[in-house]
Design a protein around this ligand. Structure first.
Ligand code: SAH
Length: 279
């Protein structure tokens, strides 16, 4: 870590000392600084179909401010570079230069093990909803061992129900009025909460050594397909019930956070069921 960065984090820690959540700030505390940086290194911001390149630039800027070094874009065409760079600064154009680009969310998040969706609305289909603080409380013990994607939707309509389905948790930022925030401002609030959450946790001297490596998103999506296939082979439900039940199963298993070997076990179990129905 660069010397000036280390200095900045020390300064941040002393600012945070005013927080009621913080315990003693001492020399040992600053030993966790490297950890804070490596933890933020496990986080990526995923912007799904953003309409305005200026919002991408502004999101890149705040993400870099908070120590996030990976920006992923999901969309049909690569956005206008000039318009994106207008709202970034020369310190963080590296995030725009290295921005990854995917046509769909499934491929964009395939390698991630913990997916957090964000939504301005709490519709009927939108379960697993929590506040930023609660989401971060659940995420922090997992973060050191698991790549985490923070997913944000388009300015006009937000993430679709299908896109929210792949998330382990969904966060709504509480507002007094008009639930919908500007995209880059939503990125700012979530990134800030995460960064300060990590610093506070270091100050509590919590260790991340018990963090379990969870299955990656592509392993889970294969498992859900296999579960549905097995249920269909058993004629377990009526046709119109599969959508509802699969969403429940996703919510339940997604919330738990399965490990790769547990996914293999469930897939093996489904395979046996399918073989059995073939006999
Ligand atoms: N009109 C859309 C809001 C889109 S705002 C809707 O009603 O859903 C663009 C994106 O910013 C959202 O998809 C979400 O990722 C984020 N966002 C905006 N307001 C938010 C809030 N209150 N809580 C969480 N995320 C929010």
């Amino acid at each position: 870590m660069k010397r000036n960065t280390s200095w900045r984090v020390r300064k941040n820690l002393s600012l945070l000392a005013e927080s009621p959540n913080m315990k003693n700030i001492d020399e040992e505390t600053t030993g966790g600084i490297n950890n804070a940086f490596s933890l933020m290194g496990n986080v990526a911001i995923v912007l799904v179909r953003p309409k305005y390149p200026e919002n991408i630039g502004a999101a890149a800027r705040i993400a870099a401010n908070m120590g996030i070094n990976r920006l992923i874009l999901v969309g049909k065409e690569f956005p206008d570079q000039e318009r994106m760079k207008k709202t970034a600064t020369h310190h963080n154009t590296h995030l725009l230069d290295t921005m990854e680009f995917y046509a769909d969310i499934k491929n964009a998040i395939a390698e991630f093990s913990w997916i957090v969706g964000t939504s301005a609305r709490e519709g009927r289909q939108r379960r697993l909803i929590s506040s930023p603080k609660k989401m971060i409380h659940d995420l922090l013990p997992k973060l050191s061992a698991n790549k985490t994607a923070l997913v944000f939707g388009p300015e006009d309509c937000g993430l679709t129900n299908d896109e929210l389905k792949v998330c382990n948790a969904i966060v709504t930022i509480p507002t007094a009025n008009f639930s919908s925030l500007n995209l880059a401002q939503a990125v700012a609030i979530i990134s800030y909460e995460l960064y300060t959450g990590i610093l506070e946790r270091n100050c509590d001297k919590a260790t991340e050594k018990n963090s379990l490596k969870l299955a990656q998103s592509y392993e889970l999506s294969g498992m859900y397909e296999q579960i549905e296939f097995a249920l269909r082979r058993m004629n377990f439900l009526r046709e119109h019930e599969y959508g509802y039940w699969m969403l429940n199963i996703r919510n339940f298993l997604g919330r738990i956070g399965l490990r790769a070997r547990e996914v293999k076990f469930i897939r093996g179990f489904c395979r046996q069921l399918i073989n059995f129905t073939n006999q």
